[in-house]
Design a protein around this ligand. Structure first.
Ligand code: 0O2
Length: 213
């Protein structure tokens, strides 16, 4: 059983390595071509066997590797923080359109935030992993959000556990207000960035024209 569990977990580790390589390539390519990198932070994690087991119990899933694989699709998880909301969709499009990636599920908590204010784009992707004797299709959960959304989510997560999942109403309300403030900040930063980009483009055109004179 221990060997099987190691083999089971290994596939997820390779899937994370594979996805991290894909993300690094996108990051480098962006830097070379656009002189700009939309990716601020990338954090990846493998769910521990204890957390997998807790979720198995919670979801009343049977203990076979196949049903664990189908029920718990976030054993391999990657969280990407970007600067602007438009970067979220641009990055997700780049990942979703890769030939060896299949999009299994897409939850847009930015267009439809959770009632507590949580915002993020969640993708369940399936990628092939090639091993010495077999090819396996593995699920990876990718969460893409802005720095402001990530800041909010980490604090909300801390509060949720600090109060043992019974957060006082006043704090719930204040967290909702903080989520609205974070959205307003994201929108403002996006608009400022658009203005700066447009300004840079016009000055570049003028400089080019002057060089031609
Ligand atoms: P961890 O430790 O981050 O992995 P499922 O994953 O199928 O059980 P669900 O609700 O269908 O559950 O999945 P969903 O909505 O895609 O959200 C799963 C993950 O998103 C969570 O994983 C969190 O990481 C994050 N998330 C979702 N809602 C919230 C929220 O309200 N606040 C914060 N801070 N994070 C959230 P886990 O397994 O809960 O935890």
């Amino acid at each position: 059983m221990k060997v099987e569990m190691t083999r089971f977990m290994m596939a997820y580790k390779f899937a994370l390595d594979e996805m991290n390589t894909k993300i690094n390539i996108l990051k480098d390519e962006f830097n070379y071509i656009h002189d700009y990198n939309p990716i601020e932070h990338v954090k990846s994690r493998l769910k521990s066997p204890e957390s997998i087991f807790k979720k198995v119990v919670k979801k009343e899933c049977s203990l076979s590797f196949n049903s664990i694989k189908e029920t718990i699709r976030d054993i391999a998880g990657i969280r990407i923080s970007v600067s602007f909301i438009s970067d979220i969709y641009e990055l997700s499009k780049m990942l979703e359109s890769q030939k060896d990636i299949r999009v299994i599920e897409r939850k847009d908590y930015i267009k439809n935030p959770k009632p507590n204010g949580y915002q993020s784009l969640h993708l369940i992707l399936e990628i092939p992993i090639f091993m010495s004797d077999r090819e396996e299709l593995v699920y990876v959960e990718v969460q893409i959000r802005t720095i402001a959304m990530d800041f909010w989510a980490s604090l909300e997560h801390k509060i949720y556990y600090k109060y043992n999942k019974e957060v006082p109403n006043r704090l719930v309300q204040e967290l909702k207000e903080a989520a609205i403030t974070a959205t307003a900040l994201d929108k403002k930063m996006e608009q400022l960035n658009k203005e700066i980009t447009a300004y840079k483009e016009t000055t570049a055109v003028i400089e080019n024209e002057e060089m031609l004179l």
